[in-house]
Design a binder for this molecule. Structure first.
Ligand code: GTP
Length: 397
């Protein structure tokens, strides 16, 4: 992810590039395919124009050594332009890197340099061509602004050098400078605007992407929070079992299924034996630990569709969908044995826990869970009285 710190998006004043190299690289990566495609087209057009201009040389020079020298230089430059144009689709990063097109542009100067020597009377036309070329490299050939300045500077220096060789006076040199300053300054301003504008568009895109990402993260965070809140609202914080709201809801759903499809539905109550003693002897905190262990142990023999909830204190509630009274008793027996063999170690001492179970089954008379709880509770009471650690049957009357 791109850093959203606004400093990272600062654009340099003269080069019209991002100040942060990493950001500039990211920008290059983003635009390189498009730039490479456009640059390849520009190079091909440039090569075409250069080739066409050989006709003008022929008209001026005819079948002369000068024509062949200029044509040789012209063709060498055309070859370079076309080579780069055909390599760019394979190496698109060359387009944004800038140096290949810069070198190819500079390699074209010998042709312009040779003109005044072969055709001394075309000085004004050479100057006009140089003006056009300078303007073109700025506005038509996509390149890094600093490198375009280098191309322009070398071209400018070459024209001045040629003019001095040709014996130009100081006032003529000043005039040539003013004439060339015109396309350079206009070209620079236009290229600066294009480069800065493109980077500003990239900055806006990145900021929008970052905002989207932050929004997505916030949405995920809220969703996770919502799920957690929902979980907390439906589970007992100590044991992680279903709380009253949850198991009553699930029971209503199962009761509905029982009424509609005639499926059987068993229900049970579980009450730990002498839990007060554990609390009194080992402390409330240890009692909590025991309750957590009990919750884990009681769940072991259950199917994934069975529901174990915390009824309150050291009492638990059991809902067994599609189970008869007999099947419920068998499950309870397995739970009782599992609990018996589970042990909690305290100060090197092993503490065994037992519980009394009461199982009942939904019958036609039952209207809600309270009817079953009442029945199971009575059986529990009997179980306690008969010595605890047993499974009681609470058949409907
Ligand atoms: N540690 C802890 N103890 C609890 C919690 N809820 C209830 N208790 C304790 O559970 C004990 C229940 O005691 P009783 O109702 O007398 O039942 P018992 O000692 O298990 O005796 P029988 O049910 O007759 O076998 C009390 O001491 C409560 O304080 C709890 O969340 N954590």
């Amino acid at each position: 992810m791109v850093d959203t710190k606004i400093n990272n998006f600062a654009i340099s004043r003269w080069r019209a590039e991002f100040v942060d190299p990493a950001m500039e690289r990211a920008y290059h990566l983003h635009v390189e395919a498009d730039v490479a495609q456009f640059l390849a087209r520009a190079l091909k057009l440039w090569a075409l124009l250069l080739t066409v201009f050989a006709w003008a040389d022929w008209l001026q020079l005819g079948n002369s050594p000068g024509f062949y020298i200029l044509s040789g230089l012209r063709m060498a430059h055309v070859c370079l332009l076309l080579c780069l144009a055909f390599v760019l689709p394979l190496k698109p990063h060359w387009a944004t890197w800038g140096w290949p097109v810069t070198i190819v542009a500079i390699a074209g100067y010998p042709l312009f340099f040779a003109y005044p020597y072969i055709m001394p009377d075309t000085g004004a036309m050479g100057l006009a061509i140089m003006m056009m070329m300078l303007l073109s490299v700025y506005v038509f050939v996509p390149n890094r602004l600093g490198l375009t300045n280098l191309v322009a500077l070398i071209g400018f220096a070459m024209v001045i050098f040629n003019s001095i060789i040709a014996g130009a006076t100081l006032s003529q040199l000043i005039l040539v400078t003013i004439v060339l300053a015109w396309p350079v300054s206009i070209g620079y301003a236009a290229a600066h605007r294009i480069n800065t504008g493109n980077r500003k568009a990239f900055r806006a895109l990145r900021l929008a992407e970052n905002t989207n990402l932050e929004l997505e993260e916030e949405m995920t965070r809220r969703k996770t929070l919502e799920v957690e809140l929902q979980r907390q609202a439906l589970t007992d914080p100590l044991t992680g079992l279903s709380n009253r709201r949850q198991y009553e809801l699930l029971f209503r759903r199962e009761l509905e299924r029982h009424r509609r499809h005639g499926t059987r539905l068993a229900m049970g109550m579980i009450d730990l034996d002498h839990f007060k003693r554990i609390n009194d002897e080992h402390g409330h905190e240890f009692g909590d630990q025991v309750l957590r262990t009990v919750a884990e142990t009681l769940q072991e023999p259950l199917r994934s569709c069975d529901i174990l909830g915390r009824f309150g204190g050291e009492e638990f509630i059991l809902i067994l969908p599609e189970a008869s009274l007999q099947q419920g008793i068998e499950v309870a027996e397995r739970m009782r044995k599992a609990l018996r063999s589970a042990a909690v170690i305290k100060d090197g001492k092993t503490i065994h826990i037992t519980a009394t179970f009461a199982i009942t089954e939904v019958c036609d008379k039952d209207e809600n869970i309270s009817d079953l709880i009442r029945r199971a509770d009575e059986a529990l009471y009997e179980g306690k009285r008969d010595g605890r650690d047993r499974v009681m049957e609470a058949a409907a009357a």
